[in-house]
Design a protein around this ligand. Structure first.
Ligand code: NAP
Length: 248
């Protein structure tokens, strides 16, 4: 069953990892897919071709999620080219880890800009067409770290906790317009973001997870398909953990 047939989605940061998996799953479920990338230009271009081969309309845009002024332009381009915007997935994110004593102002500001300010900018721009359509699903990729905190990631944890407050506020503000906002909090998912961890540290993390393994990007993407689809049409303001039971 194709859960997203006829819908148009925009996914930020889809050249790699979880964003890429969401773009592919959305296309498999019949959605037309617009997506962004920044530095991984070749990967972005090849994703566009892969998506088109799945029989949907697809287009990659090189756009920096952290630049406020690019958001409105991006949303206008997507609406002009696709004719609608039903789903926004705020996925682009970075880490710049450091213990607080050594964390610089630049590390703090950069993580806040890419992870949190981008969500404000893109959501603010996206709700205009969604209000007109009287329909929309916004999905924000937070993290279990935003719920629990993590030593060495005060900037990242604060940005991800901020996304949760933002998501719940949008749900309250725009529920009457039939716009839903939910967050997904992945646990430990194998991507380039977590690939830098040493093997030993990774094994320790995996041992502490009730399902005894790290997650796959596709397992997060499946949750995004559900939240984007009409199967979740009475679900808003929620944070769904996709973490193998890590935070239980
Ligand atoms: P990843 O493999 O490092 O990929 C990050 C993606 O974000 C890339 O496609 C990158 O594009 C894009 N990006 C980064 N900065 C950008 C910017 N300024 N503008 C536009 N795109 C930008 O990360 P991931 O593991 O897939 O994580 C995806 C999301 O899930 C993030 O928000 C992350 O915080 C969250 N998350 C991940 C995990 C995990 O275990 N992996 C756990 C919890 C939450 P380019 O390469 O083109 O620059």
């Amino acid at each position: 069953m194709k859960l997203l047939a006829g819908k148009t989605a925009l996914i930020t940061g889809a050249s790699r990892g979880i964003g890429r998996a969401i773009a592919l799953r959305f296309a498999e479920h019949g959605a037309n897919v617009a997506f962004t990338y920044l530095s991984s230009v070749e990967k972005g271009q090849s994703l566009e071709q892969e998506l088109v081969q799945k029989g949907v309309k697809a287009r990659g845009y090189r756009s920096d999620a952290s630049v406020f002024s690019e958001a409105e332009n991006l949303i206008n381009q997507v609406v002009n080219e696709f004719g609608a915007l039903d789903i926004l997935v705020n996925n682009a994110g970075i880490t710049q880890d450091s213990l607080l004593l050594r964390m610089t102002e630049e590390q703090w500001d950069r993580v806040m800009q890419v992870n949190l300010k981008s969500v404000f900018a893109l959501t603010k721009a996206a709700i205009k067409p969604m209000i007109k359509q009287k329909n929309g699903s916004i999905i924000n990729l937070t993290s279990v770290v935003g719920i629990r905190g993590n030593a060495g990631q005060a900037n990242y944890a604060a940005s991800k906790a901020g996304m949760i407050g933002f998501t719940k506020s949008v749900a309250l503000e725009l529920g009457s317009r039939n716009i839903r906002a939910n967050a997904i909090a992945p646990g430990f998912i194998l991507t380039e973001m977590t690939g830098e961890l040493q093997e030993k540290l990774r094994e320790e993390w995996e041992k502490s997870i009730p399902l005894k393994r790290s997650g796959q990007a596709e397992e997060v993407a499946d949750c995004a398909v559900f939240l984007a689809s009409d199967m979740a049409k009475y679900i808003t303001g929620q944070v769904i953990q996709v973490d193998g039971g890590m935070l239980t």
